[in-house]
Ligand binder design. Sequence first.
Ligand SMILES: C[S@@+](CC[C@H](N)C(=O)[O-])C[C@H]1O[C@@H](n2cnc3c(N)ncnc32)[C@H](O)[C@@H]1O
Length: 264
Amino acid sequence: MPLNWMDLNDIPLEALLLLEKVQISWIPNNISSETQTALGTCLRAKPTINWYLSHKCPDIHAWLENILQSAPQENDPVKLRQAELLVLQSMMDWIVYVWDPSIYDKQPFLLWDSSELTNICDFSGKTVVDIGAGTGRLAFSALNAGAAWIYAVEPVGNLREYMLAKAKQRGFANFSTVDGLITHIPFEDQFADICMGGHVFGDDLAAELAEMVRVTHKGGWVILCPGNNDYDNALHHFLTAQGFQYGRFEEPQDGWKRKYWKQK
Ligand SMILES: C[S@@+](CC[C@H](N)C(=O)[O-])C[C@H]1O[C@@H](n2cnc3c(N)ncnc32)[C@H](O)[C@@H]1O
């Protein structure tokens, strides 16, 4: 189902110039063939944006050249705008993170009951790593539950800045942000009492879990909240086979989700 976090009608294609290198690197694997054609058409019409994407993230230079060559030229401004909207829609989450993270922070699905997370284990006095922290939905719940220090791992710099401002505004000095990926968490083995993530686990199950487990000390907790939709899918079978317990909770307007937890 397409995201509907913001009205894109007034957003120019130039919003792509705000994307960060890591987000640009994700484009080729996250775009349908229809959107790929639309992107090629848009970039033919706006070569400066192509230049930016290609130079900011040389890894996708060859891919961009390829889609440019095969994309039709579009001279009708109405059809060109339709192509732009298709591209912007396909990247709505990434655009929101760099355009205005408060748009994500106001989504109704984030209003789930924080005790769904904080009742899993005792956060009090704990060192907690939050992977793919976004605007800090899990991180600030853990701080409210008495965590000693939160390390919010987030690859998008604009979100790291947003969380830092939020922590300052809320008077939390025990909060740090750090660049990193769920497959490359920038902490030593057994660094954390709790390693958690929400809406981030699932592209590379074994590698992601191994990295979360690595940074968690023996007796600590690995938590995914939410970690899945409410399905018995491959992700669910993988986690339960690894000994994770699970529960269900409702995200307002977005339905039932599953959370998973395991003590190391
Ligand atoms: C849907 S948001 C979830 C944010 C927050 N955890 C929550 O539950 O509201 C996903 C976040 O994970 C980050 N992200 C995406 N891919 C990632 C990866 N491979 N490793 C770490 N974080 C990632 C995104 O930048 C984004 O902030």
